[in-house]
Write a protein that binds this ligand. Sequence first.
Ligand code: MRU
Length: 348
Amino acid sequence: MIPTLAWTPEGVRFIDQTKLPLETEYVLATDYEQVADVIVTMVVRGAPAIGVSAAYGVALGANRSKAESAERFAPEFERICARLAGTRPTAVNLFWAIDRMKALFAKLRADGATMEQVREKFLAEAHAMYEEDIAACKTMGAFGGELLPEEGGVLTHCNAGALATCGYGTALGVIRAAVEQGKRIHVYADETRPFLQGARLTAWELMEDGIDTTVICDNMAASLMKAGKIKTVVVGADRIAANGDFANKIGTYNVAILAKEHGIPFYCAAPWSTIDTATPTGDAIPIEERSAREVTHHGGKQLTPHGVGICNPAFDVTPAKYVTAIITERGVLRAPYTESLKEMELAG
Ligand code: MRU
């Protein structure tokens, strides 16, 4: 399995996603500040992977602390959580994971836990999130794989694969499961400007698995759809609002409109930790604006004239009306999403 992130006795080891596919290098984060840095710099990225990384970051923070009890650790714990929560604003999995660590800490503090107990329970919780994430990807893969055609082209945008999770992937998990079910799928991977998650990461991990893949520039999807080469679209999500609108990598919205125009099913695959029923609609999802340099430069080389205006929102919001179904580990949701999400939330 692709080693996106792993706990080691020295700290958390990340495959460096800024270097793939040409170099396979690892970064070891030995304290929570370093975990925050690898999230900001996108050594690790993808909503579920960011969430679990933050949980390990909290565990590392407890390991490095000199406090003797949960009570004494409390102010430091708040600082650790705030630092990790301040890394990236859009993927709700980050806040979901930190909130889960906060709920655990509140209980440990109320029980008068020692730091030894805090360290042990924090690590166990982070490990549980890691394992749950892989299990969720496999389950949503099995549900979603059934929805893909027996054969033909499937378009995906960005990287919602093993590299964006603890393993297997969400959208790419659906594709992997379809291939495991014997379907003859050919993946079209949007290159995904400006960070090129599709060209670099999706292409790399699917090739590692021997899945047929063609990289296309982001502006080629319409013409391929018109030519009948794309039968289905499946993408991941960073945050799904209560009405089914969802944020994902910038450009997802374009693909959704194109799919609608060409009568092609458009699926969003995400674990339940990506669903944010506290956010009523996509308009309320915070969108991260990243450095202009990601647009102006490539491989250290400047592409644009000095001083030109640059806009670099990392995500866009796809309205629920374009979504054929949302695939989760709890099942496949259909419109109207306000009702189906509420029902599935209550069912647990
Ligand atoms: O900026 P990134 O690379 O973290 O954005 C990632 C995406 O948009 C993914 O599609 C999303 O997080 C789902 S990952 C399973």
